[in-house]
Design a protein around this ligand. Sequence first.
Ligand SMILES: [Zn+2]
Length: 76
Amino acid sequence: MNCSQAVELLSEYYADALDENIIIEIKTHLLECQPCVGIFDDVTLIVTTARILRDGEHIPYPDEQVLWQRLTVARH
Ligand SMILES: [Zn+2]
């Protein structure tokens, strides 16, 4: 698994929506790739913040999919 594959799968990884063998591949990649660990930390923060804002405050806020698209665009 390379970095772009790992990054593409991170949101599903976070959502726990992947097969076990794919999860193992991502975990293995994260062990040996510090940049992807940084991205994963950012994603965790984005998703957590989005959920708090959406669920707690009931204010309009971009949903996770929009944030993901922004993150993807920013990286290309
Ligand atoms: Zn990587």
